[in-house]
Design a binder for this molecule. Structure first.
Ligand SMILES: Cc1ncc(COP(=O)(O)O)c(C=O)c1O
Length: 390
């Protein structure tokens, strides 16, 4: 089509949805596919949350609400994140949006001018790079290396900082590697931000899905609340991906600008969904803990199985629900292997390069699927790789 704005050529995408579409097409032809591509819990949203949404609908939460979110919900979020993560914040610091992604989009829109530089993890969630490029800012990748446990290398980070560096994106626990930034790394990033003045977009959407150690938010460190935008939401923790409910915690002035972007785009987040979110946060957390416990069992199973595959080694992820094995020993490129696993072994997964150029040599499995399916996938990958290795 002609007439598209120039900027559209700079907008990237998330290949998980394309792989899902191809897997569904194969299923329509009668093939059996195990879905390890999509990053969403296979559990249903807990019943008490669904019930709260139904009750909210019945009691009239069917109208517009304030752009920044319902006041009592913003307050609850601030109370919980202050208590749980030690982030100094109140309701005015919180903006409620439809999912976690809008916080990326809106805070980058609010902070980045053309030519500003934003540093982001590579491999990393593809939308960071996409939005930075879309806005005409300069996307500066920082490589996360397996030999460092996919932690961020502070010396390397320092070497990427210039007078135009406006924003650093961090993500812990991390998609796609499952790595968790060490407390020392978080401290060191904070001290660089204080020294150079850049903002930090801290994507903590997997913050409650961590198997080792306690989640450390950079926003809780001295002086960092004003400089940090915490991105969080309900999609992963409460198995609410389709509800579209997320939020950001940020400086109050920035919050008013992000709220204005909401007024200009969505008007507000669905009010009955916010009521359900309120109940999710204040209700029993047993199901969340049970989901995390189940993810841990699956993590152990998939990592063990992957390490037994010919040509594959896999580090133990500390959080989220992804395994990111090194596949260089198979002799295949990531894209080639991911495609062959789908087409020939019936296992849908993502090439590491879906997460940036430094994802070459890896593929990503989401283990948000049953143990039974994980074992089926491992067996068929074993067969495929064993035949290939001969
Ligand atoms: C690192 C990361 N951040 C943010 C998101 C977006 O979450 P949401 O579906 O709530 O927009 C995802 C979803 O996969 C993610 O992996």
């Amino acid at each position: 089509m002609s007439g598209l704005a120039q900027r559209m050529s700079r907008l990237g995408t998330e290949t998980a949805f394309e792989v899902l579409a191809r897997a569904r097409a194969l299923e329509a032809q009668g093939r059996k596919i195990v879905h390890l591509e999509i990053g969403e819990p296979d559990f249903d949203t807990p019943a008490f949350i669904r019930k709260a949404a139904a009750e909210a609908l019945e009691s009239g939460f069917t109208h517009y609400g304030p752009s920044a979110g319902l006041p009592e919900f913003r307050k609850t979020i601030a109370d919980v994140w202050r208590a749980e993560r030690g982030i100094p914040c109140d309701a005015d610091n919180v903006v409620v949006v439809p999912g976690g992604k809008p916080i990326m989009f809106f805070t980058m829109l609010a902070l980045l001018d053309e030519g500003d530089e934003a540093i982001y993890p590579n491999p990393g969630f593809p939308i960071y790079e996409s939005v930075i490029n879309f806005l005409g800012a300069k996307a500066v990748p920082i490589q996360l290396r397996e030999e460092k446990g996919f932690d961020l290398d502070i010396k390397e980070l320092e070497s990427k900082i210039t007078s135009r560096t406006k924003l650093l994106v961090i993500n812990s626990p991390h998609n796609p590697t499952g790595a968790v930034l060490s407390p020392e790394t978080v401290e060191a990033i904070a001290s660089l931000s204080r020294r150079h003045g850049f903002h930090v977009l801290s994507d903590e959407i997997y913050g409650r899905i961590q198997y080792e150690g306690k989640h450390v938010s950079i926003a809780a460190l001295p002086g960092m609340a004003e400089k940090t935008i915490v991105l969080d939401g309900f999609s992963k923790t409460y198995a609410m991906t389709g509800w579209r409910l997320g939020f950001g915690i940020m400086d109050k002035t920035l919050a008013t600008h992000v709220a204005r972007l909401m007024t200009n785009s969505n008007s507000c987040t669905a009010t009955f969904v916010q009521k359900a979110g309120q109940v999710a946060l204040t209700g029993p957390q047993g199901e969340v803990h049970a989901m995390v416990a189940e993810f841990r069992v699956r993590r152990d199973a998939i990592v063990k199985g992957l390490n037994e595959l010919p040509g594959v080694t896999c580090a133990m992820p500390k959080g989220a629900f992804y395994a990111f094995p090194n596949i260089t020993g198979t002799g295949m490129k990531s894209g080639e292997l991911a495609k062959a696993l789908l087409e020939e072994a019936g296992v849908a997964c993502l090439s590491g390069t879906s997460f940036g150029a430094h994802g070459e040599g890896y593929i990503r499995f989401s283990y948000a699927n049953s143990l039974e399916n994980i074992h089926i996938a491992l067996a068929s990958m074993n067969e495929f790789l064993t035949v290939r290795a001969k």
